[in-house]
Design a protein around this ligand. Sequence first.
Ligand SMILES: [Zn+2]
Length: 410
Amino acid sequence: MQVPTLGSALLRRAQAGMNAVRERRVSSAAAPVRGVAFAGTVWAGGAEEPRVGTVIVDGSGRIAEIGYGPRPNLPYELLTLGGESHWVVPGITDAHVHLGFDPAQPWISGSVSGLATGLVGVRDLGAPMRWAALWRTGHRAPPPGSPFVAVAGPILTAPGGYPSRSWGAGGYAEFVDSAAHARSRVQHLAADGVDVIKCAIDGGGRDWPVLEPEVLRAVVDTAHSLGLAVVAHALSAEWVARALDARVDELAHTPNERLSPELVQRIADQGVSVTSTLQTFFSSGTGRVAADNAADLVAAGVRLRYGTDLGNAGTKPGVDPRELDRLADTGLGRLGALRAATEYSAQAAGMRQRSGRLVVGQPAALVLLPFSPLAEPGVWRTPAAVYADGRLTVSQSHPHRHHAGESSAR
Ligand SMILES: [Zn+2]
């Protein structure tokens, strides 16, 4: 592999940036280094196989080069992170979170989690618009330490419907009672800048009102006419069928009532993808049925996307290795689960700025793990470094090193 993109001016800036990283001891810095090499086993995402190699990110935060094989002779000024046991992989995106369940939680503002645990993107699927508007990344760069955030705003539901009588009583739900009203509400949400539309179709087991088919259809048709996709919360066979009738684009959860083979096939035939949220169902006792459905969906060719439903039972901020293993157990295996958590979740409706892969010429959103995530998904809780949005975050415990020996560089 050659390193043709790094001229001498670039190398001087790399040196300055590296010193800046050293002085800060860690942490996150804006474009701290004008060129960083990440070495180890490289998994570029998608259908790629993991191979020994090196990924070079240039001063603009883009991936300049991905080389496979033995470590190339890198310029000694270039900061090199990683090594034999390390893995270089795309960062993870969580396609289903609720940041608003605890608006004070520090991770969204950057200090605890987010980038520090390898999560480079999240999609909030239900929050009052006044909060969602604050969190939304849109076309800007996310604030330092924060993942990219896409938002749905409030969840559209029937008057008095789920979740307005339970957890969503405080502005998480917005009522629509007719097709005309649905058109108007979706237009308003689009004008407010939401990235995707979320609707709830759930009787709550208590005969709560549910969106009528023609109202739901108006939601979907209006959203599509405005270029927005619709994600539906539908957990039972009956409500999944209603969502499919209305041509929604995604299901926000793996359903937790057993689905018939015919219904699974309909989901596949309509190209509807499903966000997993399996671990939180296990935490609340309905995981086994959801996992069986997930396995059937995978077997039918339905795309599962990694999502935790952060804010619910058994969840915590950051990457959840248990969700990765629940996905692996559906038949995807651990590499397939990683693909669901990178490429597929990064390309969920409403997400931008992330491909979920390592691609030359694209902005880097990558994570350096100290050992194989296929051997132990728990490694996602302790990344060695994260590079995203032009910022490098290096773990305090990771001895970053220099290709040709640090002494010669000073
Ligand atoms: Zn949710």
